[in-house]
Design a protein around this ligand. Structure first.
Ligand code: C2E
Ligand code: MG
Ligand code: MG
Ligand code: MG
Length: 281
């Protein structure tokens, strides 16, 4: 690269930058082929009702397993999938796979659990999103009331008109929607009020210190109070400690998700977990 520069124009060769760039290009290239090579899997993490202890829903979380056996975090590859457009076929794969696996689960459990799928901002802006979702549900005979879509505040703010239109359409079809990572974006509850959404997933950041820090607890309490006034259910994310769970229950949080209650699991383990949970009642 230094050679390509004009006479007297020496660029500084930075091995660190070059390494990062090469890694990024390799990741992009691998990601383009990963779908065809069957390298993706879904893990599911249940959400629990804080009053009854029942599993209210389970969130599908994408996993990329490289041929070496190494797992790559969605936090790392989802943004790349968004930039390269791979997100479009990939999200279709996520929905189809979740529906297919749900059918399996349904026959074992003898009831149909609700499940949630994450949508990135770019997916949410896709023109035929609702049709794509509805026809996939039909194909796998999944009732629309069994599906919940998780979107972030950013998905609403890019094009609020279009977002509101899609959300109304989803509601007409009986598909529920949740705001993921609530509190990390720049929207307020009064802003969210204009959109037909069903629940908020309160970000882990509000839960982490709740048991030791009065301000954190006060913040969580006010989110809960306002959300309830607007008729929204609240799920706490990232619950890791029993003290957090107790406090959230005390604050009348509706549901919780986190490593304390259940980790994300692949289908066989999830099936066992749900059967076990059902038995215990
Ligand atoms: P998210 O939707 O907010 O998912 C929750 C993340 O928190 C998951 O990370 C989950 O494993 C993790 N988590 C759950 N409980 C705990 C806990 O108690 N403590 C801690 N420290 N972490 C906990 P994961 O699976 O790595 O996913 C990261 C993000 O990637 C997700 O955040 C979501 O935004 C995105 N993502 C995952 N799957 C998909 C997908 O299929 N499509 C899209 N568009 N995005 C996805
Ligand atoms: Mg989510
Ligand atoms: Mg979340
Ligand atoms: Mg989160």
């Amino acid at each position: 690269r230094a050679k390509a520069a004009g006479r007297g124009d020496f660029r500084i060769f930075n091995p660190e930058v070059d390494k990062a760039l090469l890694e990024r290009l390799a990741l992009e290239n691998d990601l383009r082929h990963a779908l065809g090579r069957n390298e993706f899997l879904l893990a599911y993490q249940p959400e629990f009702d804080l009053q009854t202890g029942e599993v209210v829903s389970m969130e599908a979380l994408l996993r990329w397993r490289r041929p070496t056996g190494e797992f790559i975090s969605p936090a790392k590859f989802i943004p790349v999938a968004e930039e390269t457009g791979v997100i479009v076929p990939l999200s279709q794969w996520v929905l189809e796979t979740a529906c297919r696996e749900l059918k399996d689960l349904r026959s074992t459990l003898e009831y149909s659990p609700r499940f949630a799928v994450n949508l990135s901002p770019r997916q949410f802006q896709q023109d035929n999103l609702v049709e794509m979702i509805v026809s996939t549900l039909e194909k796998y005979e999944v009732a629309p009331g069994n599906l919940e879509l998780e979107i972030t505040e950013g998905s609403l703010m890019d094009d609020p008109e279009k977002a509101a239109f899609s959300l109304h359409l989803l509601r007409q079809h009986g598909i529920a929607t949740a705001i993921d990572d609530f509190g990390t974006g720049y929207s307020s509850l009064s802003y969210l009020r204009r959109f037909p959404i069903d629940k908020l997933k309160m970000d882990r950041a509000f839960v982490t210190d709740i048991q030791v820090d009065k301000d954190s607890a006060a913040l969580a309490e006010s989110i809960l109070r306002m959300a309830h006034q607007l008729g929204l259910k609240v799920v706490a994310e990232g619950v890791e400690l029993p003290e957090q769970l107790d406090l959230l229950r005390h604050l009348r949080c509706d549901a919780a998700q986190g490593f304390l209650l259940a980790r994300p699991m692949f289908l066989p383990e999830l099936t066992g977990f749900l059967l076990d949970h059902q038995e215990k009642g």
